[in-house]
Design a protein around this ligand. Structure first.
Ligand code: ATP
Length: 299
């Protein structure tokens, strides 16, 4: 009996360990099963979390009345239009129609006198100014290239952008060809004392610079300078590409941009004259037909 008890005494700890080991094994198997379950979930496309953060914003103008000063004529007279999030919206109209004023009001350089402007469903007056301006990107017409390298030009307003973000912006704006051609790539001085860029390249550099700030709404005043066929095509591709992820509002000067737009807002004399697609407007609006005939290279 003593021998049996001694035997048990030596055997019990290993039995305990075995039991414990079994529990651990079971826990391990359960964990593996859970991992498998997680693995089997439908995969989220890469970058979804990022994009949720960068959700595009919609815009709504409702009966907006605006003048630049009390003694000045009304610039906007009951302007109404709606831009759903994402996609490309073109503003067209003769010089003085009030297109740039739409941008100035969105950036809140001025306050409208009556009616309402909403960005992402929130009244523009309720937006903290810094937050609003951080969410908007503005690319001006014939945007300047700053003295310095191409890299400095791009990172000017987004110093903490990663190398990966920089390369993605270059790819999205079809500038990778240019980088490959430059003697020192991104570190080549451009502008005044460096390689001169064409009008189309300059605007694409400005778009890339703005994209690095991850705007939710991009305001683009399209370059009026004549572009060669390749640059015109590139610009059109870039605008379409950007409009896939960001809401783009463009003051359009090119027929090719307008024909690709999801919607076109035709302005005249401080009001909205018509809204539609190119095909709809060609059939329905005389002013639009005239603008299209002149290839929009007006105002
Ligand atoms: P363009 O294509 O020629 O720039 P537009 O359609 O963009 O024309 P706006 O620039 O919005 O038109 O101008 C609309 C009206 O407001 C014009 O009569 C213009 O003279 C006037 N205006 C524009 N900016 C100002 C300002 N800062 N102060 C006073 N009036 C202005």
């Amino acid at each position: 009996l003593i021998a049996f008890l001694l035997y048990l005494f030596y055997l019990v700890p290993p039995i305990g360990q075995l039991v414990q080991g079994g529990v651990q094994l079971q826990q391990g198997l359960a964990a593996m099963k859970r991992i498998k379950e997680i693995e089997d979930l439908p995969a989220e496309p890469v970058g979804v979390a990022e994009r949720r953060e960068e959700r595009p914003f919609g815009v709504r103008f409702a009966d907006v009345v605006f003048r630049y000063g009390d003694d000045r004529p009304v610039v906007h007279d009951g302007v109404s239009f709606e831009v759903s999030p994402g996609g490309l919206t073109a503003l067209v109209g003769p010089s003085g129609a009030g297109k740039s004023t739409v941008f100035a009001l969105l950036e809140r350089f001025y306050d409208h006198q009556s009616g309402s402007i909403a960005i992402d469903g929130r009244d523009i007056r309720d937006w903290p100014l810094g937050e609003l301006r951080a969410a908007l990107g503005y690319v001006e017409q014939d945007a300047p290239v700053l003295a310095g390298t191409l890299r400095e030009n791009l990172l000017f307003a987004a110093r903490d952008a990663t190398e990966e973000e920089l390369h993605r912006a270059l790819a999205r704006t079809r500038l990778d060809d240019l980088v490959a051609r430059l003697p020192d790539g991104l570190d080549t001085p451009v502008g005044h004392r460096g390689v001169l860029l064409s009008g189309g390249e300059r605007q694409r550099v400005a778009i890339a610079r703005t994209l690095l700030r991850k705007p939710r709404l991009l305001l683009l005043d399209e370059a009026t300078s004549q572009l060669d066929a390749v640059n015109e095509l590139r610009l059109r591709e870039v605008i379409a590409e950007v409009a896939r992820e960001t809401t783009v509002l463009v003051i359009a000067h090119r027929l090719s941009t307008v024909t690709n737009a999801d919607r076109i807002v035709v302005m005249e004399g401080g009001g909205v004259r018509a809204v539609g697609t190119h095909d709809e407007l060609v059939g329905a609006d005389e002013l639009y037909r005239e603008l299209a005939a002149t290839q929009f290279l007006v105002g």
